[in-house]
Design a protein around this ligand. Structure first.
Ligand code: ARG
Length: 577
C-alpha cells in the first residue's frame, strides 16, 4: 500500500522533472515517525535525484531543492510539497492514508507489506537456507542456538516475500569423533540410558572416552580402529553409528518443535563421504589439486598463484576434511534442489572457511557460487543455566520457561491462563530471540537472563505483552468491527501509527537486503510503543460508535502487522499473558 502513495508522489515528481515515474519510485521513502511532530510524509533526497540524473542542479543543493519543490504540483493524495534540507517532503492526505491503508489491511492482512512492489526484485525463486547444524554427541552451544534462530528468521523472511524455501540441517555426523564415540559406547554405553536420555548419554560417553584417550594410547587406537571400520562401511559399526544419528535427530526434532523451528532435510557430513572422491578427482583433472611438501592435497586460492591463500582438501593419510565434504555437499545440493541462492548461517569463526568454499566452487567452474552467501554472527558470552554451562538446547528452553513462570507468578498475570507453561515458554523464547536480534548479528554480546526477560524496555516480553493487550481489547467487542468512516483517525496519535505502518515494506526490504533482523525488531518496538500510547489516549469505551469502530479497526490492523512481524522473527505471538 505504501506503493500507492509512493507512486502518487513519484507521478508528481516525474511531471516536474520530465522523467518516467517508475524510475523514481524506488527513490521515494516513508519518513520515520518523529516524536515531536506527527506528519504523514513521504520524502525524496535531492542528492539522490541529482546522482541518478533525474534532476539538473540549479545552483547549490538548497537552491535546487527549492526550485524543484516549487515545480511539483499537489493533488488529492499529495496535499503539500515542502522543501527541507536537501530533501523534499510530500505531505499526504491523512484521511486517504487511513482509508487506503486500513482497507488493505482488512482485506489482506497477511499480504500487507510482503507483497509490496519494492520487494519484487527480492523474489529470487528457490532459496536454500542451511542452519543450526549441531554435532552429534558434542555440546549444543550458544552458537548453535544463534544459528538456529537466525537461520529460521532468514528462512521465514524469504518465504514471506514469496520465495520457495528449503531448510537444511547439516549435522556434524562424521569424522574421528565417531571413532571415539563408537569405541567408547562399546565399552561403557547403556542402551537403557540411550533410550531415556539419548543426548545426555551420548555426550557423557563422548566426554569420558575423550578423557581416557588423553592418557591411554590403547583407547586412541581402539577409536582409530572403530573409525576405520566406519570408513570401510563395516555393517556392525555403521549400524551403531546409524542408531546414534537417528535418535539424535529424533530428539532434536522434538526440541526444535518447542522452538517453532522445522527442517525439510536433515543431511550431514556423512552424506557426502562417497562424493568427496568425485570432488577430488574433478579437482585433479582440472589441475587444481596439488600435493604439498607435507603430502597433503591443497588448492591454491591466491590471486597470484603463490599459495598465499590455500585450502587443504586431503590429509596426508588420504582422508577428507570438513571443507572437502562441504564442496561435495554444495555440488550435491545444487543438483538435487537447483536452488537460486544458498545461505549458510554460522558464527564468524567460519567466515574464512566459507570464503574458501565459494572460491573453490568458482574455480571448479560453477558461477552459481556467486549466489552462495555466508551469514556470520558474533559470540555470546555468559549464557549459562542452573545446570551450569549450556550443553543442551533443551536446558536453555527449560531455563527460559521456568524463569518466565516465576516472573509471571510474581506479577500475578498468569492466573487465568489455561496453559501457563506453554505461554511462559513462548514468551521466554521471544525474549531470547529479541535480545539476540537487537544489534548487528556480527557483534558479540553478553547474555544476562534478568535483562533478557524484563517486561519493560525493548524486550521480547514487551512485544508479547503489547500483542496480548491488543488481543484482549479486541476480545471485548461482541460484534464484528466494521469501519466506513475514517475521519476519527486524523489525530496525531493515529497518524503516527499509520505513518509507521506505511514503512513496513521498506523495513522488510532492509532486512532482506542485508539479512539483519534488527530493522524489523526496531520497527516492531516502535510500533509497540506507539500503540501503547495510542491505547492510553484513544479510548474505545465511552466513544461514539463511529469513533470506537475506527479506533478498533486501527488497533486490529496494528495487531495483525505486529503478529506477522513477530512470526517472521520466529516468535509465536500469545493472545493472553
Ligand atoms: N557442524 C558445524 C559446527 O558445529 C557447523 C556446520 C556449518 N555448515 C557447513 N556447511 N559447514 O561448527
Amino acid at each position: 500500500m505504501a506503493c500507492f502513495f509512493r507512486r502518487s508522489a513519484a507521478l508528481q515528481l516525474a511531471k516536474a522533472c520530465g522523467q518516467n515515474e517508475e524510475t523514481l519510485i524506488p527513490l521515494i521513502s516513508v519518513a520515520p515517525v518523529n516524536k515531536k511532530q506527527s506528519v504523514a510524509d513521504l520524502r525524496v533526497s535531492v542528492s539522490h535525484l541529482l546522482q541518478s540524473g533525474a534532476v539538473r542542479p540549479d545552483g547549490d543543493l538548497q537552491n535546487t531543492t527549492h526550485t524543484l519543490a516549487r515545480q511539483i504540483r499537489t493533488d488529492a493524495v499529495v496535499e503539500e510539497v515542502i522543501p527541507g534540507r536537501g530533501v523534499i517532503h510530500f505531505r499526504l492526505n491523512k484521511l486517504l492514508l487511513a482509508q487506503k491503508l486500513l482497507d488493505q489491511l482488512r482485506s489482506d492482512p497477511d499480504g500487507f507489506g510482503v507483497k509490496s512492489e519494492i520487494l519484487r526484485r527480492l523474489r529470487v525463486g528457490r532459496t536454500l537456507v542451511e542452519f543450526s547444524s549441531p554435532n552429534i554427541a558434542k555440546k549444543f552451544h550458544a552458537g548453535h542456538l544463534r544459528s538456529t534462530i537466525i537461520g529460521n528468521f532468514i528462512a521465514n523472511l524469504k518465504k514471506a516475500l514469496g520465495n520457495e524455501v528449503i531448510r537444511v540441517n547439516y549435522l556434524g555426523d562424521w569424522g574421528m569423533q565417531f571413532g571415539l564415540l563408537g569405541s567408547g559406547f562399546e565399552r561403557f554405553g547403556s542402551q537403557e540410558k540411550l533410550r531415556t536420555q539419548p543426548l545426555e548419554h551420548l555426550f557423557e560417553v563422548y566426554v569420558q572416552v575423550n578423557r581416557e584417550a588423553e592418557s591411554d594410547a590403547s583407547v586412541r587406537s581402539a577409536a582409530a580402529h572403530f573409525f576405520r571400520r566406519l570408513e570401510q562401511s563395516e555393517e556392525q559399526a555403521l549400524e551403531l553409528w546409524r542408531h546414534f544419528r537417528e535418535i539424535t535427530i529424533h530428539e532434536y526434532k522434538r526440541i526444535y518443535q518447542r522452538l517453532g523451528v522445522e527442517f525439510d532435510h536433515y543431511s550431514g557430513e556423512s552424506f557426502h563421504r562417497a562424493e568427496t572422491q568425485t570432488v577430488l578427482d574433478e579437482l585433479r583433472s582440472r589441475r587444481l589439486l596439488k600435493t604439498s611438501q607435507k603430502g597433503t592435497g591443497v588448492v591454491d586460492l591466491s590471486d597470484k598463484g603463490d599459495m598465499s591463500n590455500y585450502a587443504t582438501l586431503v590429509r596426508s593419510d588420504g582422508t577428507s576434511l570438513y571443507i572437502t565434504r562441504d564442496v561435495a555437499a554444495a555440488l550435491d545440493r545444487k543438483q538435487r534442489f537447483s536452488f537460486d541462492e544458498m545461505i549458510y548461517v554460522t558464527d564468524k569463526s567460519q567466515t574464512m572457511h566459507f570464503q574458501q568454499l565459494f572460491r573453490i566452487l568458482q574455480a571448479m567452474g560453477h558461477p552459481w557460487a556467486g549466489s552462495c552467501h555466508h551469514v556470520a554472527f558474533g559470540l555470546v558470552q555468559g549464557m549459562s543455566t542452573r545446570r551450569g554451562e549450556v550443553l543442551f538446547l533443551e536446558d536453555v528452553l527449560e531455563e527460559a520457561q521456568s524463569r518466565m513462570i516465576h516472573n509471571m507468578r510474581q506479577s500475578r498475570t498468569s492466573k487465568e491462563l489455561e496453559d501457563p507453561e506453554v505461554t511462559a515458554e513462548r514468551i521466554g523464547i521471544s525474549a531470547l530471540i529479541v535480545q539476540d536480534f537487537k544489534g548487528p548479528l556480527i557483534s558479540d554480546y553478553r547474555f544476562e537472563w534478568d535483562k533478557v526477560l524484563q517486561a519493560q524496555g525493548d524486550t521480547g516480553v514487551f512485544l508479547q505483552y503489547t500483542h496480548a493487550r491488543l488481543c484482549s481489547l479486541l476480545r471485548q467487542q461482541d460484534c464484528e468491527i466494521s469501519c466506513s468512516d475514517f475521519s476519527p483517525l486524523t489525530d496525531s496519535r493515529s497518524v503516527s501509527l499509520l505513518q509507521h505502518l506505511l514503512r513496513y515494506d521498506e523495513v522488510l526490504l532492509q532486512c532482506a537486503t542485508d539479512l539483519q533482523p534488527k530493522h524489523l525488531v526496531n520497527f516492531l518496538m516502535t510500533l509497540s510503543h506507539l500503540v501503547a500510547s495510542a491505547h492510553r489516549e484513544l479510548p474505545v469505551k465511552g466513544s461514539s460508535e463511529a469513533v470506537a469502530q475506527a479506533r478498533l479497526c486501527l488497533f486490529s490492523s496494528v495487531r495483525s502487522v505486529l503478529a506477522n512481524g513477530m512470526r517472521i522473527l520466529g516468535i509465536t505471538p500469545v493472545d493472553k499473558m
